[in-house]
Design a binder for this molecule. Structure first.
Ligand SMILES: *Cc1c(COP(=O)(O)O)cnc(C)c1O
Length: 439
């Protein structure tokens, strides 16, 4: 168990990486380069990672080909259970499905969470097919087209308004279809989520309506006869600092409370966002959920008094699904170039852009990687895992300590359940498409 905790050091440049035996000696570089957080979520049986109860090589045989993504149903359910047991009772948990829109996974999630957040009409169709209750689906996005707005109104879902332009369009659709559009206002707050991997609120943004413009927008919503339900605030993504999340959620709540005075109807829905991160890179640790839950408990108490009609919602994507998924790719060649080992695999950045470091990262760092059929074997080599694409960007692991892997072995990239398959340029270079399974 826990291969990464032991093996995930950032390797130092070594004279001859091919002659390392057993555990490499700890160097100064390793002391200053911290390890990956341990990946204990998947059990290990006879040296093999086990996903959804199936050992990896058996699973690969079942899929019939590599590369593939595999998502573990039990881990998905366990994460929701863990959240529910620490978050205040009554707080609603939504799944932001852009993190992983695989239909079978959305189906699984729809039964576990209280609602689904969609960001396009395509995602809306998947959410409805998955059996999500339209009353608990919400739709956010900066450029909702007229067709998408019409589909959303007809479906009876909640639309997060992000531009004054949407109001007359929704009013026209409402009178046309005879159903009043259900709306909330997505607010671009006047503060930022500190230490966020990706900021999506505060300052000048394409998302939401600037807080100072919201009172005027609310008056317009009232005049247009749309069914106002509340507010949506989303400050950022991939945050591992609990105090920063608590601070942003407190400020979001305060702002919503201030804006509620201008609302044309009671606030019945208040989405405080999320942005909970997971550890990807050396030195990153898992989020301190207890601290986040403590902050939310304070807000829930206040909301019960100050906004008694409001359902309080948080929306999470990555945190719900990211750790439950792996990417599996087979080694097709092992090459030695000027003392450096290259494990050439049949998958690459075209399937897993984020692991190659090209999805919003400033400096490329290694994802947690292991040889999934040699767990527990000594990490006796330092090797780079590269894909088959004719570009140096196709790098999945850069000089990492790994078990002594050979062609045919299965390389596993952890933390691949979110922003993997659907966030990668599959057709780049014309290699076969990747498979996704849920086990
Ligand atoms: C992307 C997005 C999310 C999900 O973010 P994660 O970091 O995956 O949790 C939630 N809400 C909105 C509005 C988003 O755009």
């Amino acid at each position: 168990m826990g291969p990464i905790g032991k093996t995930g050091r950032e390797p130092a440049a070594r004279d001859d990486p091919t002659t390392l035996q057993g555990q490499p000696p700890v160097t100064n570089s390793e002391r200053t380069h911290p390890a990956h957080a341990p990946m204990h979520q998947f059990p290990v049986l006879d040296g093999e990672l086990v996903i959804g109860g199936v050992p990896l090589s058996r699973l690969a045989a079942r899929v019939g080909r590599t590369p593939f993504y595999a998502y573990d149903r039990r881990l998905l359910a366990a994460r929701v259970t863990e959240l529910r047991s620490s978050l205040p009772a009554g707080l609603k948990l939504h799944y932001a499905m852009k993190a992983n829109p695989m239909p079978a996974l959305v189906c699984h999630m729809a039964r576990l969470v209280d609602g689904i957040d969609v960001a396009s009409a395509g995602e809306l169709r998947v959410a409805l097919d998955a059996g999500a209750d339209p009353a608990e689906i919400s739709f956010a996005g900066p450029g909702k087209g007229p067709g998408e707005l019409r589909q959303a109104v007809a479906a009876g879902i909640l639309i997060n308004i992000e531009s004054p332009r949407e109001i007359p369009e929704l009013a026209a659709i409402s009178s046309d279809t005879g159903c009043a559009a259900r709306v909330a206002v997505r607010v671009n707050p006047d503060f930022e989520l500190k230490s966020s991997g990706m900021k999506m609120g505060g300052g000048a943004r394409q998302f939401g309506v600037d807080a100072e413009q919201v009172p005027e927008l609310l008056a317009e919503i009232g005049r247009s006869g749309l069914a106002f339900e509340g507010f949506h605030l989303f400050a950022g993504s991939q945050n591992l600092r609990a105090e920063a999340i608590v601070e942003a959620q407190c400020k979001s709540y305060e702002l919503a409370l201030k804006l509620a005075r201008f609302a044309p109807a009671d606030v019945r829905f208040l989405n405080l966002g999320g942005g909970f991160g997971i550890p990807y890179f050396p030195g990153e640790n898992r989020l301190d959920l207890a601290t986040v839950a403590g902050g939310l408990a304070v807000i829930a108490d206040r909301a019960a008094r100050e906004l008694p009609a409001a359902r309080l919602v948080i929306e999470l994507g990555r945190y719900l699904v990211g750790e439950a998924g792996i990417y599996v790719t087979r080694i097709i060649d092992r090459k030695l170039s000027r003392g450096q080992i290259f494990l050439v695999v049949d998958g690459g950045l075209h399937h897993h852009l984020a692991a190659s470091g090209n999805f919003g990262q400033v400096i490329r760092k290694n994802y947690p990687v292991t040889i999934g059929n040699r767990i527990g074997a000594p990490t006796s080599i330092a090797a780079s895992v590269v894909g088959p694409l004719c570009t140096p960007l196709d790098l999945l692991a850069d000089r990492m300590p790994l078990a002594d892997a050979q062609p045919g072995d299965l390389v596993v990239i952890f933390q691949s359940g979110a922003y993997g398959f659907s966030a990668s340029p599959q057709s780049f270079l014309g290699h076969p498409a990747c498979v996704e399974i849920i086990v």
